[in-house]
Design a protein around this ligand. Structure first.
Ligand SMILES: Cc1cc2nc3c(=O)[nH]c(=O)nc-3n(C[C@H](O)[C@H](O)[C@H](O)COP(=O)(O)OP(=O)(O)OC[C@H]3O[C@@H](n4cnc5c(N)ncnc54)[C@H](O)[C@@H]3O)c2cc1C
Length: 413
């Protein structure tokens, strides 16, 4: 039985979820002097963590997060090694470090502390059960704290619940494209052999990670994060197969000890078609703002959260939080990311459609034409559509694309 109460405090924006995306929305709302409260169901921000925390340094800088405490940054990388299922290695050495691995628990706490310092308030141990509705419009949230159910009115609710969001359906919005769902496993391991400390390792192929890929991300202390996602089958079984049977990964991981293992789904189907309603906006994984190629959702989620905060602030200032007013959010994030999403969705479809043998010949061809040299000066790994346009005039990139199209057309006549 719940003791039902009406909240006494006044809130302009209720953010549901204290993950990085919810906290980043709260940070920008607080900076704009909007009264914002974040509801997080756990007693601490950042736990449990399920993520590899592999992020682009340039994108962090563009989001104003370039001064992360060094204790949170586990490593930086200037190389990526891609392996075919047969073990062929296509290696790209970059001119300078382009990505980093962060401790996700520490990262989430850091973004939340920035939001709090800017004036956002946090209500922990507070689960949003449902939306307060009035004639089809969202007017706040129903929150449980222990045995108390509190009705909290708010002018706008920002849904940052992550992939398991149920609120968007109550607001009348469609969920993410289920065809794009993969099931991830992430393990922290010690006792790894032959770690290349400045390289992220990517293992491609249906035999080890059908519908996605597997990764090995070394930490400076000699431990590593190993993981994969799969569209079908048991991800733990695929991880075992990677560790014991992959021609390259098994050499490194055969004697590794797993210290911690987590499971979590990833949505690769592109953003939900509509991420706003009357008094309501959806950000981050809840809106499937995740890169369909790599499954990275932090950077795009943060970018969208910043836009959502600006649009929400402006709507409240004008006194119009209707769906017609909030649709500017969708327009702005589609302008910023729409092209990249289209290109990455195509790339995901391509990768899913080709056989492991074709993947092997693709990596061999890329090495033969020297594509690694063309990619050596790449700084941005997030905006992959715009990146493609920038380097398409390079002969090796053009040849790579033609070869890729030939394979695609032969696999999809
Ligand atoms: C195995 C794996 C590896 C990944 N690796 C990377 C990577 O290397 N790089 C990258 O960019 N991305 C990666 N991702 C994706 C990344 O983890 C997500 O995109 C990111 O966490 C999305 O942030 P978010 O704030 O939208 O959601 P979340 O991080 O899921 O946060 C949602 C928060 O909302 C809270 N919550 C949920 N419902 C409620 C409720 N009703 N009431 C109150 N609180 C609620 C939750 O407790 C949680 O704290 C990975 C994902 C997986 C599964």
């Amino acid at each position: 039985m719940f003791n039902v109460q009406l909240a006494k405090e006044h809130i302009d924006v209720a953010v549901v979820g204290g993950g990085p995306v919810g906290s980043f929305a709260a940070l920008h709302l607080a900076k704009l002097r909007t009264n914002v409260m974040v509801f997080e169901e756990h007693e601490t921000v950042g736990v449990p963590s399920h993520c590899a925390g592999h992020l682009s340094i340039l994108s962090l800088r563009n989001l104003g997060l370039h001064q992360l405490p060094s204790s949170m940054v586990e490593n930086i990388f200037s190389q990526a090694n891609f392996y075919s299922p047969a073990g062929f290695k296509f290696s790209v050495k970059l001119a300078k470090p382009v990505t980093c691995a962060v401790n996700r628990e520490a990262f989430d706490k850091y973004v939340a502390s920035m939001a709090e310092a800017a004036g956002a308030r946090y209500s922990l141990n507070s689960r949003v059960e449902s939306l307060l509705m009035d004639g089809g419009a969202v007017r706040g949230v129903n929150v449980t704290r222990g045995s108390v159910l509190e009705m909290v009115p708010a002018k706008i609710v920002i849904d940052a619940e992550g992939i398991s969001s149920r609120l968007l359906r109550q607001a009348g919005l469609a969920g993410f494209n289920g065809d794009g769902l993969v099931y991830g496993v992430e393990a922290e391991v010690e006792n790894v052999r032959d770690l290349e400390l400045d390289a992220v390792e990517v293992f491609l192929g249906k035999a080890y990670a059908p519908g996605f890929y597997a990764w090995l991300i070394p930490r400076r202390d000699g431990t590593a994060k190993v993981g994969l996602a799969a569209k079908r089958g048991n991800p733990k079984m695929f991880l075992r197969r990677l560790i014991h049977r992959h021609p390259v990964a098994s050499e490194k991981l055969r004697n590794a000890r797993i210290q911690r293992i987590t499971f979590h789904p990833i949505t690769l189907g592109g953003p939900i078609p509509k991420a706003y309603a009357d008094g309501f906006m959806v950000v981050g994984d809840a809106a499937s703002q995740v890169k369909p190629t790599t499954g990275g959702g932090v950077i795009f989620g943060l970018a969208c959260a910043r836009i959502a905060a600006e649009v929400a602030h402006d709507a409240i200032r004008r006194g119009d939080v209707s769906s017609a007013s909030l649709q500017l959010y969708q327009k702005r994030f589609t302008e910023a990311l729409g092209f990249d999403f289209h290109v990455m969705l195509w790339a995901r479809r391509f990768l899913d459609s080709i056989s492991d043998e074709k993947l092997d010949s693709l990596l061999r061809f890329y090495t033969w034409i020297g594509l690694d040299k063309t990619l050596a000066n790449v700084e941005d790994i997030d905006f992959q559509g715009k990146l493609l346009l920038r380097i398409l005039n390079k002969p090796a990139m053009f040849a790579a694309l033609v070869y890729l199209l030939r394979i695609y057309l032969s696999a999809n006549p």
